[in-house]
Write a protein of this length. Structure first.
Length: 630
């Protein structure tokens, strides 16, 4: 795992090593072990263009000879890689038979020779998580690519004179030509979804390469972007329930085993939920010594899963570590905002960062359970969508929606809050219901929140982003449409961003067996009725794990990685919230209405309405302005 960056100049001006070093230093947390720079001006006698590649390395595989950049035999091809290729041994053996020679034992060198064989199509042969940059001097071509699910990030900025890229925007911003001009459409997306989806970024001149995509740029600056993989839920397998269970366990165990390959200490993040518990169990099954596990919890019992994590740790005899998060987060928040680089408002970034920090004290690589919900239908909204298909329940919900708001719903975990979220969508179609459950501020809220200047610049409704994915899903039923949409939006743009930044900020590599593309492709072919059967979420996964995990884990409801932020804003963080989102601070920005935000704060503090998540988004936004603009 590493951080990569680079620059190609179309006007043939050399790229200075000093600039590349500065770019590398901004992402040193992603790779504290070594720095490498390739510069065409000094490494190639007749460069096709002036280009430089940089890398900060976190050494995981081949600690002795694996430093990057990596080159081919005649040094006409150079590569930097952020990530891990799990099938590299198999690919290496095949390439050796084809006559390629290797000077390292790292997975990175495999990609160089794979490119020589297949060109840009080489990415289709890779199993793993990656963001890579390859310079082909023979073709005068820069090749950037990102893995299928978007585990590893890649940003770029292009003008008529250069293309600059990096694992984080901070590396790109080290270049003086790149301006910090805010993209107000991206800001609108942020306040709609809590995140900014690719290809947008908060800055107009910087874009994200989408997941499962590659970019090719020649020495004249001509670029093209192609998608090389897309999940499809339309073709279904015809197996018995027992065969499905057996195949799920086979694929999940194989996916876990190949992610245990490491030349450095390895452990697992254990939440106590089904997914992370399954991974820990499979790791324990395939390890000759106890697995190190790491869990995080809160003082608020209804937000803490530590007792379940401990149960799993005892079951599989792991070397277990626990950590409690407190509301004293004011000191760490500015650092977190700096690491994320653009506004990002999933409050579980806090426990994710803390558990990564504690885990890194003991290991360098940690497996997790990310992707289980998207593979096997684990979110309550999947069940809610199914229930809303019944006419009688839909009518009852419409009537209940008239009464419930008067009962109050001040806490996100309260029965009335959840019931209100459920009944509020009674009159909507399936696509609109799904959208509603994903929103931070809806269109009506944003009209109140935005200043006239902000509203005047927006060109299209932010809601279209999610609706377009849902309505064009490669799926034939409502559940599969939701799964497809989550895999193409919420998973790569929110969850994987959260874990990548939280782990890499602490120089920790995070691996996700549930996100193996072979497992995901098989899961997409499982009939929807076996994922959500009756009222049971993750039915087929639970059946597959029956007897392997404790019944207490399989039978418990989903808690999620929630944070008691709503309560903290009424308690320990009240003063911090009010001071940060003051009228003066908001008016200074010019994008939002100070009075609207003060009204949100007042309503939340009164205890009648829960605006915790929205206020968190606004708080993070103001801190981002202070960090990156002021």
């Amino acid at each position: 795992m590493c951080g990569i960056c680079g620059r190609i100049n179309f006007d043939n001006a050399p790229v200075s090593d000093d600039l590349m070093h500065r770019m590398c230093q901004t992402i040193i947390h992603r790779g504290p072990d070594s720095e490498g720079i390739f510069n065409s001006n000094s490494r190639i006698s007749n460069p096709a263009s002036q280009i430089s590649l940089g890398i900060r390395r976190l050494a995981i595989i081949d600690l002795t000879t694996g430093d990057q950049p990596i080159h081919n035999e005649d040094k006409s091809i150079w590569l930097v890689l952020n990530g891990e290729i799990y099938n590299f041994q198999e690919l290496r053996d095949d390439l050796l038979k084809k006559g390629h020679s290797f000077y390292t034992k790292t997975d990175t060198e495999v990609i160089v020779h794979l490119y020589e064989e297949y060109g840009v199509e080489c990415v289709k042969h890779l199993s793993g998580m990656f963001a890579l940059a390859l310079w082909d001097n023979n073709k005068g071509q820069l090749f950037l690519a990102r893995d299928r699910l978007g585990k590893k990030p890649l940003y770029y900025a292009q003008t008529d004179k250069h293309l600059i890229f990096g694992s984080e925007m901070k590396a790109i911003l080290s270049n003086p030509e790149v301006k910090k001009e805010i993209d107000l459409n991206a800001l609108d997306y942020y306040l709609t979804y809590y995140y900014i989806p690719s290809p947008l970024s908060i800055f107009k001149g910087i874009r994200k390469l989408p997941p499962a995509s590659y970019l090719v740029c020649d020495s004249q600056g001509n670029t093209k972007i192609e998608r090389f993989w897309q999940i499809d839920y339309r073709a279904k397998h015809s197996l018995s329930q027992k065969e499905y269970c057996n195949r799920i366990m086979e694929l999940l165990e194989e996916s876990t085993k190949i992610r245990m390959i490491s030349d450095v200490p390895l452990g697992a993040l254990l939440s106590g939920g089904i997914d992370s518990s399954a991974i820990v169990g499979l790791m324990a099954k395939n390890s000759p010594k106890p697995i190190k596990t790491f869990s995080i919890g809160f003082g608020e019992a209804d937000y803490s899963e530590l007792k379940y994590a401990k149960l799993v740790a005892e079951r599989f005899k792991t070397e277990h570590h626990e950590f409690i998060v407190t509301p004293k987060v004011m000191d760490i928040l500015p650092d977190l905002v700096w690491h994320y680089g653009e506004p990002y408002a999933d409050s579980s970034m806090l426990p994710s960062y803390y558990v990564a920090r504690e885990t890194r004290k003991h290991v360098t690589v940690a497996l997790n359970g990310d992707g289980g919900d998207e593979n096997f239908a684990g979110y309550p909204r999947y069940l809610a969508q199914k229930l809303m298909s019944f006419s009688a329940l839909k009518l009852t919900s419409k009537l209940a929606n008239l009464v419930i708001p008067s009962l109050g719903a001040a806490d996100p975990k309260s029965f009335f809050t959840r019931l209100k979220r459920f009944t509020a969508v009674a009159g909507l179609n399936p696509a609109q219901r799904y959208l509603h459950w994903q929103l931070c501020f809806n269109a009506a809220n944003r009209q109140i929140l935005y200043s006239p200047q902000m509203k005047a610049t927006l060109t299209h409704p932010a809601e279209n982003y999610l609706l377009d994915i849902y309505n064009n899903a490669r799926a034939d039923n409502s559940l599969d449409r939701m799964l497809y949409t989550d895999v193409n939006s919420y998973l790569p743009e929110d969850l994987l961003v959260k874990m990548d930044i939280a782990s890499m900020a602490n120089s920790l590599e995070s691996r996700s067996p549930f996100l193996d593309h072979k497992l995901m492709e098989f899961s997409a072919g499982i009939p929807a009725g076996l994922k959500l059967k009756g009222l049971t979420l993750k039915y087929i996964l639970k059946q597959a794990l029956k007897g392997f995990l404790p019944d207490e884990i399989l039978m418990r409801g989903k808690m999620g990685f929630g944070v008691p932020i709503s309560r903290w804003f009424r308690g320990e963080l009240k003063g911090y919230l009010q001071a940060t989102l003051s009228v003066e601070s908001i008016r200074k920005r010019g994008y939002l209405q100070p009075e609207a935000i003060q009204n949100l704060i007042h309503q939340h503090l009164s205890g009648k309405v829960d605006h915790g998540a929205r206020l968190w988004a606004l708080l993070v936004l103001e801190l981002w302005f202070r960090e990156f603009i002021d």
